[in-house]
Ligand binder design. Structure first.
Ligand code: GLC
Length: 603
């Protein structure tokens, strides 16, 4: 009984943990106001300056290789399949692709458990396919970012097998082995918890010692206090940099170092982690996350990529408050160039909430630091499903994400409004789902949570043919079932519809390319006053160029006031809108329900 109570607590903490994608959310207000609302007023501008960062123009697209395109007909996506779809990505208008890991792996955590960093998992292809892929990517002027799970390996990795074999193996110290508080596997070395819940130690009888893991028991942590381990991982990076890759996404970087003495963690009142703190499950996570050594390590990693020209990118996955995360950028912006900021993935769809986050991010990461904006990824519920599949709201979210100051990271399928699928826990392919397969469906429903990450990883929906055109084989059982929505919701269909989510992304990305101010201009929020619960407004500023973004998060028609005399419309989520306020004698303009507009001062 005590155990099951504990598990319930763990479940809650795990599923609500921002890294693992299961989110309780508010639905948008459904109040309808018939009267146009009052006007907005514009703040005085600050100094005009340019963010000189060389990475500000990036738009990153995340591919989950298992799910993008299957060229062999085995139901699993692969590198050759991705090559077939590069023209699509070029036309979409992204200029960098982050690949979830395709290194050799037993796929216990679908690639986040590497067994050979120098080879490709056979279901995805070969090194020759990789070479072809990078050549084709670069031919389209797109950057290739590899996902590097450097915190841990698989237990299948030869390094771990050697390390586990005996206490005097030369690689013993490559992982974190400790005696238990009592012999015989009856008491762990300390009270640390793994992130998905449960103790962070696995017992190995052959040596009567425990090995530390931050995530799942088959992913033991490497010991970065051992210089050989560091050098080995730097060499892995050099191996891929030598082959032309443009950067790395660094998996759970904040967990690289642990307290040297492995001191017991202290108590925290926090049950659930938040975007402001990593404390959870009544543990402070004081000694296993965001250690000073880890911030220094970010700069060492930068040193490795700086051996290469042109500039190579480091994008860190880390959790903590934005103020804390800033430390990964380095005191002189000489650490990682980018760190994921995940707050949008769990925030209620409310303009004042977003404004608050943007304000905090801008304060913590002013130019030349570059923030990132993420709506969903392979660990989280797809964004549009948090919006009850409201496609107009999804367009507002896209307009916001692609016009803020920072690098947007788009998760595959987001650009067509692909929803999350529902999967049973007891047949979950995601190990987190299986871990919690004992949790009754009804309870999940009642709590409004999802315990498996399978739902956000379904095959890309290319067309309305069997298997959504994902696989060359129409009858093969795809590794995860294609979403039932594919007949109406797919790339082919959306390409034909000017008002589709896909075409909204394309128009926005084109505008971002054409308007440098949208890439690197400063950002200033425009106070929305009485409208702050309905409208988010800001401008981007670069020298004399001003671009204004007004987003209506409500079902109401809003009456607003243009901050410039002759506003020239550059974009509206409503494809039928031709101008901002043509025919009007004053500065007023109207925004339709869930309409977003971008305009500049006309000449
Ligand atoms: C990161 C990855 C996630 C993986 C975990 C362990 O959070 O995004 O998919 O399961 O690390 O590597």
């Amino acid at each position: 009984m005590r155990k099951s109570k504990w598990y319930l607590v763990s479940v809650l903490a795990t599923v609500l943990w921002p890294a693992h994608g299961i989110i309780a959310w508010d639905s948008p207000s459904s109040t309808r106001e018939s009267q146009p609302a009052e006007c907005l007023s514009l703040n005085e501008s600050g100094t005009l300056a340019l963010n000189e960062s060389s990475i500000a123009d990036l738009v990153i697209y995340q591919i989950y290789p298992r799910s993008f395109k299957d060229s062999t007909g085995d139901g699993v996506g692969d590198l050759r399949g991705i090559i077939e779809k590069l023209d699509y990505l070029q036309e979409l208008g992204v200029n960098a692709i982050w690949f979830s890991p395709f290194f050799k792996s037993p796929q216990g955590d679908h690639g986040y458990d590497v067994s050979d960093y120098y080879d490709i998992s056979p279901e995805y292809g070969t090194i020759a396919d990789f070479h072809e892929l990078i050549k084709e990517i670069h031919a389209r002027d797109i950057k290739m970012i590899l996902d590097l799970p450097l915190n841990h390996t698989s237990i299948e990795h030869p390094w771990f097998k050697e390390s586990a074999s005996s206490k005097d193996n030369p690689k013993r110290d490559w992982y974190i082995w400790r005696d238990g508080k009592k012999p015989g596997g009856s008491a762990r070395p300390n009270n640390w918890k793994a992130i998905p819940g449960g103790p962070a130690w696995q017992y190995y009888e052959n040596t009567d010692q425990w090995v530390y893991f931050h995530f799942l028991p088959f992913q033991p942590d490497l010991n970065f206090r051992n210089p050989e381990v560091k050098e080995m991982m730097f060499n892995v990076m050099r191996f891929w940099l030598d082959r032309g890759v443009d950067g790395f996404r660094l998996d759970i970087l904040h967990a690289i170092y642990e307290d040297k003495q492995l001191r017991d963690d202290s108590f925290s009142w926090a049950l659930l982690p938040s975007d402001k703190s990593t404390a959870s499950l009544f543990k402070a996570h004081k000694y296993d996350l965001n250690l000073p050594e880890t911030f220094d390590f970010a700069m060492e990693l930068r040193g490795v990529v700086d051996e290469y020209q042109p500039e190579r990118l480091l994008l860190g996955e880390a959790f903590g408050s934005v103020e804390e995360l800033r430390r990964y950028y380095g005191p002189e912006n000489d650490g990682l160039q980018l760190v994921f900021l995940f707050e949008f993935t769990s925030t209620a769809f409310k303009p004042d909430k977003y404004a608050e986050i943007i304000r905090r991010i801008e304060k913590a990461l002013p130019p030349p630091y570059t923030p990132t904006y993420v709506l969903s990824n392979h660990d989280r519920v797809r964004f549009i499903s948090r919006l009850n599949n409201n496609r107009d709201e999804a367009k507002i979210a896209a307009t916001m994400q692609l016009t803020l100051r920072g690098v947007p990271v788009i998760y595959y399928g987001e650009e067509i409004g692909m929803p999350n699928s529902k999967f049973e826990l007891n047949t979950s392919l995601d190990p987190i789902g299986r871990k919690y397969s004992w949790v009754p469906n009804l309870l999940c429903k009642w709590l409004g949570i999802t315990l498996t990450r399978d739902g956000c990883r379904t095959p890309m929906q290319w067309n309305d043919k069997p298997n959504a055109g994902f696989s060359t084989s129409p009858d093969v059982k795809t590794w995860l079932k294609v979403s039932d929505t594919y007949q109406n919701l797919n790339v082919a269909k959306e390409s034909q519809d000017p008002a589709s989510v896909l075409n909204c992304y394309k128009r926005l990305l084109k505008l971002r390319r054409d308007y440098m101010v949208l890439q690197s201009g400063l950002l200033e929020l425009i106070e929305s006053g009485a409208l702050k619960k309905k409208c988010l407004a800001y401008r981007r500023i670069h020298e004399k160029q001003n671009v204004f973004i007004y987003l209506n998060f409500s079902r109401d028609v809003l009456k607003l006031e243009s901050p410039v005399e002759k506003p020239a419309l550059l974009f509206s989520t409503d494809v039928n809108r031709a101008s901002l306020n043509e025919g009007s004698t004053d500065a007023a303009f109207y925004l339709g329900p869930f309409e977003g507009v971008i305009f500049e001062e006309g000449r």
